[in-house]
Design a protein. Sequence first.
Length: 164
Amino acid sequence: MFSKTRVTEPGPRQQTAPEATETPRSFDTNHETPAPAAPRHRGTPSVLSADLTVTGNIKTAGDVQIEGTVEGDIRAHQLIVGETATIKGEIVADEIVVNGRVVGRVRGLKVRLTATARVEGDIVHKTIAIESGAHFEGSVQRQEDPLQNGLTPKLAPPRASDSE
C-alpha cells in the first residue's frame, strides 16, 4: 500500500490545528466593512409570559409570542398572540396568529384568527384565515403590501359632476 507523508506536496491537505507559522490577522480600521445582514431568527421565539405587562412599543426582526399584556405597538417577523394575551395597539408582522385579544389595527402578509381570537380593529392583509368561532369587529382589506408604512388609502368620494 502506498501513502504520502510529505507535507510539501502540492494539492489539498487536511489541517486539524493552525500552524505555528501562521501570521496573525490584522484589520485596517480606515476602511469600513459592511455590517452583515441581520439573520432571520427561525429558532425559538421570544416569549412574554402571562404574568408580564409591557407598556411601550416592541420591535424585533425575530419571532415573538405574547402571553401577557402589551399596551403599545408591536412589529416582528412572526407574531403569535397567545390565548391569555391582550394587546392594545397596532401589530405589524409578516405572519400573525391571533389566539387572544387585540384592540387595534392588524397588518400582516399572513393573518390567521383562531377560534379563540377576539379582534377589535381593522385588518390589512395579503392573505387571511378566520376560523369558526373567532370574534372580529372592524374592517378587512386586502393589499399586496400591507406592511407599508402609513394609513390605508381611502377611495375618493364620487364627484357631483359625474352624475350630470
